[in-house]
Design a protein around this ligand. Structure first.
Ligand code: ZN
Length: 407
């Protein structure tokens, strides 16, 4: 049911949380469903700068339509697709073999004065920082930072004037290894979910005014449930059926440079794998977590204990993500002249994510059953309402932004 703004006045007397009265201009929104005054906040549509939609080639995993519907339902109005698992990918192994430090150095040389961002895996941070002074004007960016061991290196490089930033993901800020049940491969991602101690240290860095972590993204990386090799209790197949259907190769959700030792063995043992796969096998399961569209409720729920404000969330997930991908002139802020991408957020509603609420193509996610505080009531894209709080409305109107980066 549509949300309705019913009363606006330059003079309204509001009761504040401490029960004092305030005369102020105000707009009161009322839910026609409950007849109550609702708590509504307007935010810029979120810009999720790291999403895998897997189209073309693996549309049984996701696709633009389902992925962006899920995004819209969570107030996300722009996604940046990383076509890593699409077929064909942006490039092939033959065209783009594993890079060496020399390759990185020459890339930096060529790009040093370009309005672009060079992105790297965390595993390469020390190497990158050695090369970075050769291209001091180039923006370097570390994707899905999870291990806090890199943070001192990044802080030092930033203190020395290098333009290097990092992103982390919603799951690294909210999930922790200690709480994952054995065999719950819905949590398998790459890099992996780490300890509570690591998670707290990520938060500590995130909350610093000069934090090297400038953005938070989903790294939405779905697959079909079979590839998660879920245990039977989580809806997976029996061991025999899983073994029979397992033909996909082991891969991860991102651009890992070096597979772990065990993964190498798995790859080498691929031929005999059909008989070895056991439901709940973390090593064999696809690495990737579905979460596009959940970022705002995840962070807003965590914010209660972490002293994070809604303005911080907008900075991390709208303003800075738009800037990171060179779209700040169109996206990420509520500002005259920008695209009218708006998220209408009720910061008080509590709700539980059920499978029925998941709008991705495959409703498999470690966020199932989580209780969130705060829910997106409407989403508007370029002036058109695309989400009414319960349904995606109207025809798909998303456009592909392929403009050449200017900043
Ligand atoms: Zn990724």
């Amino acid at each position: 049911m549509a949300l309705q703004v019913v009363l606006t006045s330059t003079r309204a007397i509001l009761t504040l949380p401490d029960n004092s009265l305030l005369l102020t201009p105000a707009t009161i929104t009322i839910s026609p469903h409950t007849g109550r005054i609702t708590s509504i906040i307007l935010l810029p549509g979120l810009v999720d700068a790291h999403v895998h939609l897997n189209e073309p080639g693996r549309t049984e995993w996701e696709g633009f339509e389902t992925g962006t519907r899920a995004a819209a339902a969570g107030g996300v109005t722009t996604v940046v697709d990383m076509p890593l698992n699409a077929i064909p990918p942006t490039t092939t192994v033959e065209e783009f073999p594993a890079v060496t430090p020399d390759d990185v150095a020459s890339a930096m040389r060529v790009l040093q004065n370009s309005p672009t961002t060079l992105i790297f895996e965390t595993s390469a941070v020390a190497e990158i920082l050695k090369l970075a002074p050769s291209a001091p004007a180039l923006h370097l960016h570390i994707v899905h930072l999870s291990a806090t061991e890199c943070i001192p290196l990044l802080r030092k490089a930033r203190a020395e004037g290098l333009k290097i930033t990092a992103e982390t993901c919603f799951h690294y800020l909210e999930l922790a290894a200690e709480s994952i049940e054995d065999g719950d491969t819905r949590h398998k991602c790459c890099p992996p979910i780490r300890t509570e101690k690591n998670r707290d240290a990520l938060w500590a860095e995130l909350m610093r005014p000069d934090s090297c972590i400038r953005t938070v993204v989903s790294d939405h990386s779905p697959c079909t449930p079979e590839l998660k090799i879920l245990p039977h209790r989580l809806g997976g197949q029996t061991a025999a059926a899983a073994a029979a259907s397992s033909t996909e190769t082991l891969a991860d959700s991102a651009i890992e440079v070096e597979p772990q030792e065990e993964e190498k063995e798995e790859k080498e043992g691929e031929a005999g794998r059909e008989t070895k796969v056991t439901p709940g096998d973390f090593m064999a399961a696809w690495g990737g977590i579905s979460s596009v569209g959940l970022g705002l409720p995840i962070l807003h729920t965590a914010a209660r204990e972490r002293n994070l404000s809604l303005s911080d969330i907008v900075r991390l997930c709208c303003v800075e993500t738009a800037r990171q991908v060179g779209l700040a002139h169109r996206k990420g802020s509520l500002k005259v002249g920008l695209d009218a991408d708006v998220c209408v957020f009720d910061d008080t509603e509590e709700w539980t994510l059920t499978r029925g609420e998941m709008r991705w193509k495959n409703n498999c996610s470690p966020w199932e059953g989580k209780v969130f505080c705060g829910r997106v009531k409407e989403t508007w894209v370029r002036g058109h309402r695309v989400w009414d709080g319960q349904h995606v409305v109207g025809k798909p109107l998303g456009e592909c932004i392929l403009e050449k980066r200017r900043v």
